[in-house]
Design a protein around this ligand. Structure first.
Ligand SMILES: NC(=O)c1ccc[n+]([C@@H]2O[C@H](COP(=O)([O-])OP(=O)(O)OC[C@H]3O[C@@H](n4cnc5c(N)ncnc54)[C@H](OP(=O)(O)O)[C@@H]3O)[C@@H](O)[C@H]2O)c1
Length: 295
């Protein structure tokens, strides 16, 4: 472990030593930062103290110990309550809240923290705990540019691909949800496909070996969709909604014939049918954004 301290290694406090907070505190210690920790269940700090961390007796002591106060707990109501318990120790600190929640919750914590005379940065970590410290680990930050710039070398210890995407503390969580929402849609589609393939006795890995390039090429269509949605223009020379319909219908029919759940492709068929009924047969698939917007 690197325990030598330099000016680039300011003291850091970590509040919350769950799976993620424990990994964060470990990364700061490993990076040579004097690290103070606090957790509701204080015994969890034992292995970190053994590596040189200071265990604070109270949240107030923990906040007072470092210019950078990092939170990683379950829910922003808890994060806010813990920060409130620090009282006037919060003034002048930089708070980095890495607690997940909605954009409104993040903004509410940000406003309250700023009202206490502290700076606020919110972070959305896009990895599981073992990925902390990885050079490719993505973290979306929103809030104080000054905190992001000042503590940049420290933030690099969380993930090598940390970017400040907005001065609005609510935006990082939206980015995270957008990635996760895309992921779950793709994962559900893939698992439905896997059920279809395995009903024929085809190993899913074998399918990926053969069809991998077709599957990964799908990502290449996202910038086209993004551009159409941003412009609100759905005209397309190829692959209009009317050409999707027969393929989606075949997927539903094939699934029914194999006694595979049809809810997922059936949902897609419903969206396409509605768009065709509304006269959008010649439009790009991106026209379906109107369904999700519930205009
Ligand atoms: N784990 C991951 O891989 C991962 C990945 C990305 C983002 N995150 C996010 O990171 C944050 C922390 O997640 P985690 O996985 O570390 O959760 P976790 O392992 O369940 O730990 C939860 C933490 O919150 C504390 N806590 C819960 N209720 C509390 C209360 N009322 N008062 C004080 N402390 C309380 C717990 O303290 P005790 O130890 O005393 O129970 C613990 O430190 C969450 O927002 C999560 O979504 C986690």
């Amino acid at each position: 472990m690197n325990t030598e301290r330099t000016d680039a290694q300011p003291a850091v406090t970590v509040i919350g030593l769950g799976e993620m907070g424990f990994a964060l505190a470990g990364a700061f210690l490993e990076g040579g930062h004097p690290t103070t920790v606090w957790n509701r269940t204080s015994e969890k700090s034992g292995p970190l103290v053994a590596k040189g961390a200071e265990r604070a007796a109270t949240v107030r002591d923990a906040v007072a110990a470092s210019p950078l106060v990092v939170l990683s707990v379950k829910g922003n109501a808890t994060a806010r309550a813990l920060l409130e318990s620090a009282g006037d120790a919060l003034a002048g600190r930089s708070v980095l809240n890495l607690t997940d929640g909605t954009s409104a919750e993040a903004r509410a914590v940000a406003e309250w923290v700023k009202g206490q005379g502290a700076e606020y940065l919110h972070g959305q970590i896009m990895t599981i705990a073992p990925g902390i410290g990885g050079p490719e680990t993505v973290v979306f930050y929103g809030g104080s540019h000054a905190v992001f710039d000042h503590f940049h070398p420290t933030l690099q210890l969380i993930g090598g691909r940390g970017t400040l995407i907005s001065d609005d503390a609510g935006v990082p969580t939206l980015y995270g949800m957008a990635v996760h929402g895309t992921m779950w849609g793709a994962l559900n589609g893939f698992l439905h496909a896997a059920a279809l393939l395995s009903s024929e006795g085809i190993a899913v890995q074998r399918f990926l070996d053969d069809a991998g390039p077709s599957v990964t090429a799908l990502l290449g269509s996202l910038p086209v969709l993004a551009d159409e949605v941003d412009r609100g223009e759905y005209a397309t020379p190829y692959g209009a909604l009317q050409h999707h319909r027969p393929s989606v219908k075949d997927l539903v029919r094939e699934s029914e014939a194999r006694n595979i759940d049809v809810e997922f492709p059936g949902y897609t068929l419903g969206l396409v049918d509605k768009a065709l009924e509304d006269g959008h047969a010649d439009d790009s698939y991106s026209r379906l954004i109107e369904h999700f917007r519930r205009q």
